[in-house]
Write a protein that binds this ligand. Structure first.
Ligand SMILES: [Zn+2]
Length: 262
């Protein structure tokens, strides 16, 4: 039976800098704790972070946290009870001993821009398909799960499409998405009171958003917005191109597989 890691003391939630400014890839922060987990995995906890923790169908950022001669290579980022854990390892500085951080130290954060950019494009592409699916006459389908990972991204909808229409819908969906990309539209992300958020999302919010809460809403141009905690491109023209690779209907779920060009 494995022992589960329990922090010695409860840590305050990490400030999610990407919530307010999802295009900032560098920042400074203060070290709250250095955590050693079962199996020897290390984690750095900071008071705030520009790193995106895996969630909402989007993979974690990678990058570097550094201070003085110490460099911590961030390989994975996860959030638990509001606390963001940057997992990775200290770079060997070559003299046989690794330089590390201490609690309260100020450190520099730098997110891997190339990886983040691809993840943001894939996430925005998923949201754009939600808009397009209703534009091509499938407004009755209900958005479900989204998987915006480079390894086989897809979006799912509850509903159906007659088999003889699948190819036509696939072509129309791809055409509509690329038309909207070529027109472009600014992407807005903000935290709003429930009523205001409802208005921005076309008059209704999903039932998992509790009344009285202040959800974060992501909105493309004049299209209805939706609740989302992820990162996105600044303008949908930055998605560049969407390829709808497959549409499959199984057990009342429409699975739309897609990709973006490199
Ligand atoms: Zn999203």
């Amino acid at each position: 039976m494995g022992t589960e890691y329990a922090p010695a003391r409860a840590m305050a939630p990490t400030k999610l800098a990407y919530f307010d400014d999802m295009w900032a890839l560098r920042s400074t922060a203060t070290v709250v704790s250095l955590v050693q987990q079962d199996g020897g995995r290390r984690a750095v906890v900071l008071h705030s972070t520009v790193f995106y923790p895996q969630g909402g169908g989007q993979p974690a950022d990678t990058g570097v946290i550094s201070s003085g001669g110490a460099r911590f290579l961030v390989e994975d980022v996860r959030m638990k009870d509001g606390v963001v854990f940057h997992y990775g390892r200290f770079e060997d500085v070559g003299d046989g001993c690794n330089s590390e951080f201490s609690e309260g130290q100020s450190v520099n954060l730098e997110v891997d821009a190339e990886r983040r950019n691809l993840n943001s494009r894939l996430h925005s592409a998923g949201h754009l398909l939600d808009i397009c699916i209703s534009n091509i006459g499938l407004s009755h389908v209900e958005p479900g799960k989204g998987h915006h990972f480079p390894d086989g991204p897809f979006v799912e909808y509850k509903g159906g499409i007659p088999p003889d229409q699948l190819q036509d819908k696939k072509n129309k969906l791809e055409k509509e998405a690329n038309e909207l990309i070529s027109k472009g539209a600014k992407v807005l992300a903000c935290i709003l009171p429930y009523e205001e958020a409802t208005q921005l999302c076309g008059g209704a919010l999903p039932s998992y958003i509790s009344k009285g809460s202040t959800p974060r809403i992501v909105k493309f141009g004049d299209h209805p917005g939706g609740p989302c905690g992820g990162t996105h491109v600044a303008d949908i023209s930055n998605i560049n191109n969407i390829k709808v690779t497959n549409i499959r209907v199984k057990k009342g779920l429409i699975k739309v597989s897609y990709n973006v060009s490199p």
